[in-house]
Design a protein around this ligand. Structure first.
Ligand SMILES: [Zn+2]
Length: 398
């Protein structure tokens, strides 16, 4: 892996040359005359960290716009599940490809996925050179032999990219996975040093069913099983009380907040202030294209900030910089990826943003423009692990 020099780029308000050596940032102020294998002219562009999308169902991009504007249960049982039952491996590959292209073009270099026939998704991710944590999904309705196949896959996993792709153990949710299998999933993940990806307390319905069946709420139930820990990435976490927030913080659970999906399915209002005050690590996810209906993390930042302000009745809640951190370094940190900031020594993941776009002008505050005003079409270049994935808005691997 060679070196890459980004010339005349705006970093923290100053024009500079940035040298990437191998897959890490070498110097953020390379001296004049620095030579490199590749030179990227970035006059008129700013460098910012890219996005780390912590909750997706990539192949569901095929269901974009297929069923909208209806209650969750009807949406799932009458539309989503029947559609999914007809999906072939080839469909999953094409759905994953559409999602990966969409993610790169909207500035994401990483996604944490949960779906089926993951071999197809893994190959697409590898082809495009981005990062991913691919969930091996467990649901109770799978046969014992399917489940042991999945456990085998986890045990024998070798990352074909040498560092970009990992597997997670992904029990779908408490209403699709029973207690014994939940415990088995957690034990397997901990033996293998993998992350655990699960949906928790997405809807009021889920909480009510849990109380009826287990006599307590989802977070308390999972904690009683010994399931919760710093390796758990919990998607949604909409319906929790203060004590549950404290449990999640104490166990070091990472939360993947999905504001667009929650609002579109009217699942409830994410208790941002309460979870933040409890000390939880909060990241951002888009959820699938079927309930969002895109994978644009820049949009997700804006929705997260507006939702937090509107529900707290306080415009000071979630300032732009906080929304940006949730979408970038918080997500990278949660998955142990040494990236998410433009800093010497860190993995060289970055976006180059066109400042001549009308929505980036005038530039009183770059982060404000980026979070509240921009669109993903302002992204010119996407770098992942020291490699250029997109330049002049063209994906290079194609
Ligand atoms: Zn989901």
């Amino acid at each position: 892996m060679g070196s890459l020099l980004i010339k005349n780029v705006l970093l923290d308000g100053k024009k500079t040359d940035i040298l990437i050596e191998g897959n890490r940032f070498g110097s953020l102020a390379a001296p004049a005359g620095t030579v490199a294998d590749t030179v990227l002219e970035a006059e008129g562009m700013a460098i910012l960290p890219p996005f780390y999308n912590t909750h997706t169902h990539a192949a569901m991009s095929l269901l974009r716009g297929y069923a909208d504007d209806m209650p969750l249960q009807k949406w799932l049982t009458d539309y989503i599940w029947p559609f999914e039952n007809k999906m072939t491996r080839q469909d999953i590959r094409e759905g994953s490809r559409l999602a990966v292209r969409e993610m790169i073009r909207t500035g994401s270099v990483f996604f944490s996925d949960m779906y089926f026939d993951i071999e197809e998704t893994i190959e697409v991710v590898q082809e495009y050179g981005m990062r991913a944590a691919i969930g091996v999904t467990f649901v109770e309705s799978h046969s014992k032999s399917q489940q042991s196949e999945k456990l085998d896959m986890l045990r024998h996993w070798v990352d074909p990219t040498g560092g970009l792709i990992s597997l997670t153990v992904a029990p779908h949710a408490i209403y699709t996975v029973g207690p014994d299998l939940l415990v088995k999933c957690a034990e397997t993940a901990r033996t293998l040093g993998m992350k655990i990806h699960i949906h928790i307390s997405e809807t009021r319905h889920e909480v009510d069913d849990c109380v009826r069946e287990h006599g307590t709420t989802p977070v308390r139930y999972l904690d009683s099983l010994g399931f919760l820990g710093p390796d758990v990435i919990a998607a949604h976490v909409v319906h929790v009380d203060e004590e549950e927030a404290a449990i999640l913080a104490r166990r070091g659970v990472t939360i993947s907040h999905c504001p667009c999906s929650n609002m579109k399915l009217a699942s409830g209002t994410f208790p941002y202030q309460m979870l933040r005050a409890a000390g939880c690590r909060i990241t951002l996810g888009t959820d699938g294209d079927s309930s969002n209906n895109n994978l644009d993390m820049r949009e997700e930042m804006k929705f997260a900030a507006l939702l937090a302000k509107s529900t707290s009745g306080n415009p000071e809640t979630m300032p732009a910089g906080e929304a940006l951190a949730m979408a970038t370094r918080n997500g990278a940190e949660a998955f142990g990826i040494d990236a998410g900031e433009i800093r010497e020594g860190m993995l060289a993941d970055a976006l180059l943003i066109r400042l001549d776009d009308e929505r980036m002008q005038p530039c009183h505050n770059l982060v404000s423009n980026w979070v509240y005003a921009a669109g993903s079409s302002c992204i010119d270049t996407v770098l992942c692990n020291g490699r250029i994935l997109m330049k002049d808005r063209i994906i290079l691997s194609e």
